[in-house]
Design a protein around this ligand. Structure first.
Ligand SMILES: *[C@@H]1O[C@H](CO)[C@@H](O)[C@H](O)[C@H]1NC(C)=O
Ligand SMILES: *[C@@H]1O[C@H](CO)[C@@H](O)[C@H](O)[C@H]1NC(C)=O
Ligand SMILES: *[C@@H]1O[C@H](CO)[C@@H](O)[C@H](O)[C@H]1NC(C)=O
Ligand SMILES: *[C@@H]1O[C@H](CO)[C@@H](O)[C@H](O)[C@H]1NC(C)=O
Length: 415
């Protein structure tokens, strides 16, 4: 009897061990293999709650004791995108939305309704209707840069660096800063300066909506509409922010390649896949279920910098007319793309579009497209350094490294 019981139990224990081993194996397989199919890296885990636009890998060193512990990046807010965006005023509602629900599951490729397109919900205060038509050749790339009236320094730095039309003289490059209106007395003063700046540089478009973080979607749609109406034959468009470093040359010559036939229905950037709406009411990025009921966002590209074929400007704009407006601009554009049945193309390597700041080296910066979080002075400094070092940036880096190793080796030999 005793023997029998022991036998039975060790037997059961063995089976238990085997089962748990199998369980662990299945779990590991699930963690590593499944993402291959879903496209989500296994270290990111289950859907990450979207926190606004940027995770700074440099700042968010992960911390085992914090609530965000585990194999995933921690999201931190993008503080400098619209510094006067007031967290406490970011409750639900606020944005005037055309009727319609974000029915992303219901994909229908939008036809291509031709004919005139309305100029948008808000009238232009400043416009550049001839900007695209006057130049030869047709613009290859239109840069749409979200900015605010007070960011004069940032605009000037961009004009002198990555937004300078002479970066790619052989292909047409159009630079446009996107702005809304600032209210109040300060707004009036800023408006006068902005108009003078516009007369001087002819690179500003502005519509009559309140310039705020929550209205970033309106601002982006203004840019899309501008391309659709005033520059419909542009090959590509990039939407980015004023605190970005953009390697325009690499973007044009290495990624988009003017010698190739321009793509259509093409959208790329830092792909954000499998992100979930933030349902924390106290968060700046709170997404009320009434506005977005689904528990997952479609794949979208970080608003710090995404690139798309010119034909999509019109299609996205038209799609937006029947997609309820959300204040998270990059998510919103992703929803419009899902409506159109356009899947963002992942970049050929994960280091091209960075929505955090990549530590500077001329070698790294000559092989990336975006890096985030630049003060105008830094932009000027790094840009000029890159210009004078870009041709042998990586060779020089190797030489320095080899030299250092050589010295170390010699030092050891001498001892
Ligand atoms: C880790 O997180 C805990 C709790 O959030 C915090 O007290 C601690 O200082 C953090 N450690 C580091 C190194 O950031
Ligand atoms: C944010 O908004 C609240 C209430 O609307 C106001 O009391 C507060 O001063 C604002 N903060 C900033 C930094 O503008
Ligand atoms: C753009 O670059 C050209 C050539 O390097 C330079 O002459 C011009 O001054 C630059 N434009 C601005 C606004 O800095
Ligand atoms: C967005 O702009 C519209 C039009 O100017 C304005 O009515 C609305 O209050 C703005 N929303 C926010 C959140 O600033």
């Amino acid at each position: 009897m005793q023997w029998k019981r022991r036998h039975c139990c060790t037997h059961a224990a063995k089976r238990f061990h085997l089962l748990s081993l199998l369980g662990v194996l299945v779990f590991l397989l699930h963690q590593v293999r499944l993402p291959r199919f879903t496209g989500m890296p296994w270290w990111r885990g289950s859907p990450v709650v979207y926190g606004g636009g940027a995770y700074h890998t440099t700042k968010a060193k992960w911390n085992a004791s914090s609530q965000h512990s585990g194999w995933r990046f921690v999201f931190v807010p993008r503080p400098n995108i619209q510094a006067d965006g007031n967290a406490s005023s970011h409750e639900k509602g606020g944005v005037p939305s055309p009727p319609g629900e974000p029915r992303v599951e219901n994909r229908r490729p939008a036809g291509e309704p031709s004919g005139p397109i309305a100029p948008g919900h808000f009238p232009y205060v400043i416009n550049e209707p001839e900007k695209c038509a006057e130049g030869e050749p047709l613009p290859f790339l239109v840069l749409l840069i979200a900015t605010e009236a007070r960011q004069v320094e940032a605009r000037n730095a961009i004009r002198q660096t990555w937004g300078n039309e002479s970066v790619a003289p052989a292909v047409g490059l159009v630079r446009l800063f996107l702005l809304g209106r600032t209210d109040g007395e300060l707004g009036l003063a800023q408006q006068r300066m902005l108009e003078a700046e516009s007369r001087r540089h002819r690179d500003i478009i502005q519509q009559d909506f309140t310039d705020s973080y929550k209205n970033l979607t309106i601002k982006t749609l203004m840019g899309m509409n501008w391309v659709a109406v005033f520059c419909p034959r542009a090959s590509y468009v990039m939407k980015t922010d004023s605190d970005m470093f953009v390697n325009t040359e690499y973007l044009i010559y290495k990624l988009l390649r003017p010698e190739a036939t321009p793509k259509s229905d093409y959208f790329t950037g830092n792909n954000m896949r499998g992100f979930a709406p933030n349902r924390n009411r106290n968060s700046k990025w709170y997404m009320p279920p009434e506005l977005y009921p689904s528990d997952k966002y479609p794949t979208f590209c970080s608003g710090t910098g995404y690139v798309f074929s010119g034909d999509l400007a019109r299609k996205i704009y038209l799609a937006s007319l029947s997609v309820r407006r959300l204040h998270l601009e990059d998510v919103y554009v992703g929803i419009c793309l899902a409506r159109l049945g356009v899947e963002p193309t992942p970049p050929s390597n994960a280091f091209l579009f960075n929505h955090w700041r990549v530590s500077y080296s001329s070698c790294k910066y000559s092989h990336l497209i975006t890096s985030h979080g630049f003060h105008p002075n830094e932009l000027l400094k790094y840009w000029h350094h890159l210009q004078s070092n870009k041709h042998d940036a990586c060779i020089n880096a190797l030489k320095t490294r080899a030299g250092r190793m050589h010295r170390v080796a010699r030092g050891k030999a001498a001892r």
